[in-house]
Design a protein around this ligand. Sequence first.
Ligand SMILES: [Zn+2]
Length: 213
Amino acid sequence: MDRRVKGKILFVLVQLLVLAALLVWSPWKKKERVYMSVNIEMEQAGDIPIVNDYLPWDHVRRPGEIRDIMYLTIHETDNWSGTADASAHDAWLHSSTDSPNSWHYTVDDHCVYHHLPDNEVAWNAGDGRTPGGGNMNGIGIEMCVNEGSDYEQTLRNTAVLCAQLLHNYGLTVDDIRFHADFMDKLCPRRLISDGRVEEFLQMVRDDLALVEQ
Ligand SMILES: [Zn+2]
């Protein structure tokens, strides 16, 4: 074979090899996201006190399964009773054993209760054991709507908590979900019914910018 033809073939082969190598190892390839699976305990979010009062290990509402943290899942308690604040929901979670359902945080207009470590599964999204789903990978956050409470302040407190959690676990506002995203249920009912989902997300975005300053 002509040396020039051989040279050309070799040149093409080397180019193909380089191309194949780049396809296998591409610095431009989208990096796989890495999620955290630790519990970062806080005493407060902004200036809102957090009471860490975990359900005991053997409680039916504490499955105790460690998982990756991929979302925050926002709920509302839908409990309009005047006494149904965060403290009351914490007490209820501890005393009630008739269901395995639970969540991680309850927020009212003056404080936050933390019921389960953030890196543990809690049944609150209604999507079973779906891999990458709300139950398996979300931090469940309930907002109180109790009569006589200041719902606007509860929203602000929840936004501050969300911003801090997003920051702690390397998440973004795009990682916020609502209960309704995981199942056919109008939750958080008031927030969705009042058409304020976008407004809430913007509150979190603003708070996150402050946290990450
Ligand atoms: Zn819900």
